[in-house]
Write a protein that binds this ligand. Structure first.
Ligand code: HCR
Length: 432
């Protein structure tokens, strides 16, 4: 049901929820929210939003090579690929940040995945795109971290990444910093793109109709040097429209020091229409070429096995009873069913401590990029693409908020990042 908190029955519990937020410790998942704001979907499912437009994910691979496009230089084709990757990234935002509003009437509090919870599925797109698979796994519970891989075998494209959040509260909103990044590899092109995740805030708390607005910047660094800077703004700033962005694509990070150096500029709403023009000035909707229309491109939904065929750790099977209770808004049942899962998890961790057998993640490994003695982690390829991309983009290699720059106040600490292990995936009998 599309319930928001405006009804009087909901308003009391919403007020108590707001009070609990005001004094919370930074861990949103630990807050008890009223049933009408709970989503029956676990956060481990959110990885699917990276590829609800599989055609755009593989598009850079399908552009002609410089040999095929005789009139274009290699440079011009590399720019076209950077534009294609930027379009794919913009196309993911509506699914990532608006889909709960569209399907359930407002942003909701997702189920907090348990360690080892997995979510898998596939997109079956026809033509040159073919099948794309999703592997998503909860690789940490405290703090919550989800790792994922999206792979398209026909085009030899692999997207992988991970994400976690920290949150803080201000007078009217909840502010979220994202941790992690995505790496998009086009094997045939021998090209990789590093994508950073933007900060966001949740507005609409007073009216019990929360929604997300993005802020700050996302960067996309290509291994061929091209560098995209995407700046977000919300209603009330410059354009006055919600979900606004401006993206500039530069030949490299150095040339981004002057906005006029941009090869192209894209501007508009990521949940609506955006326009593209050459150079550094802002394109106008009346005279410029349409770049992307988020509402003209229906999302391609992931195909997931029926619950009866799923393993016990697969998200929809594991949370089935909780999800049912949420749909019925049965507070006691939600609590009862959630407690069963939480207690089971506590038991598992206790057993692991007693037997000294640590939990092993299933399809992802954590790789250490810190290199204090000039040694490289033996698990890393040399030269390592991620290290190279962070250097090209002047981005921190540490576990800093996504998009932190080198020498910024966050540029220190551990440098451990989750990576997809294709061998483990295949050993599990899975295909790409
Ligand atoms: C902040 C958020 C959980 C995290 C969600 C993330 C950041 C997860 C990774 C995805 O790739 C992108 C993404 C999209 C979501 O917008 C974001 C969620 C929005 C709300 C939710 C909070 C934990 C819910 C708080 C409770 C509210 C509704 C008052």
């Amino acid at each position: 049901a599309t319930t928001t908190g405006s009804s009087s029955a909901n308003s009391g519990s919403w007020t108590s929820f707001l009070k609990s937020i005001a004094s919370f410790n930074g861990d949103l998942s630990s807050l008890t929210a009223p049933p009408f704001i709970l989503s029956p979907t676990s956060l481990v499912e959110y990885s699917q939003y990276w590829a609800e437009h599989p055609d755009l994910l593989v598009a850079a691979n399908q552009l002609p090579t410089p040999e095929q496009a005789s009139s274009s230089t290699a440079e011009a084709m590399a720019l076209k690929r950077a534009i294609a990757v930027t379009k794919w990234f913009i196309s993911t935002l509506k699914s990532q940040y608006c889909s709960r509003n569209e399907s359930m009437g407002s942003e909701k509090k997702p189920l907090n995945p348990f360690l080892g919870e997995v979510f898998v599925g596939k997109w079956e797109t026809g033509g040159d795109v073919g099948e794309t698979i999703l592997a998503s796994e909860q690789v940490s519970h405290h703090p919550p971290v989800t790792a994922y891989a999206v792979a398209n075998g026909k085009n030899n494209v692999v997207l992988q990444g991970y994400n976690g959040i920290t949150s803080s509260i201000s007078t009217t909103s909840i502010n979220i910093k994202q941790y992690g990044h995505a790496l998009l590899n086009y094997q045939d092109l021998k090209e990789t793109y590093l994508v950073t995740l933007p900060p966001l805030h949740i507005e609409g708390l007073i009216t019990a109709a929360p929604f997300v607005e993005l802020e700050g910047t996302s960067y996309i660094q290509a291994s061929n040097g091209f560098y995209t800077v995407i700046e977000y703004s919300g209603r009330g700033w410059v354009s006055g429209k919600k979900n606004t962005f401006k993206a500039r694509i530069f030949r490299d990070q150095l040339s981004s020091a002057n906005k006029e150096n941009a090869s192209v500029t894209i501007s508009g709403q990521w949940s609506g229409k955006s326009y593209i023009g050459k150079g550094g000035s802002t394109p106008h909707s009346k005279s410029s070429e349409l770049f992307y229309d988020a509402n003209a491109q229906p999302s391609e939904h992931l195909i997931v096995k029926p619950i009866e065929e799923q393993e016990p750790t697969e998200s929809r099977r594991a949370w089935e009873k909780v999800a049912e209770a949420i749909r019925k808004s049965d507070y006691n049942l939600i609590h009862e069913e959630k407690s069963k899962i939480e207690n089971e998890q506590r038991e598992l961790r206790k057993k692991e401590r007693e037997t000294g057998h640590q939990w092993h993640t299933r399809w992802f490994d954590q790789k250490d990029y810190s290199n204090p003695e000039g040694k490289t982690d033996t698990n890393l390829e040399t030269p390592d693409p991620f290290t190279n991309l962070t250097n090209l983009a002047n981005l921190s290699i540490h576990n800093a908020p996504s998009g932190s720059l080198k020498k910024s106040k966050y540029d220190h600490g551990e440098s451990k990042h989750w990576r997809f292990n294709l061998d483990k995936w295949k050993q599990d009998g899975m295909k790409i």
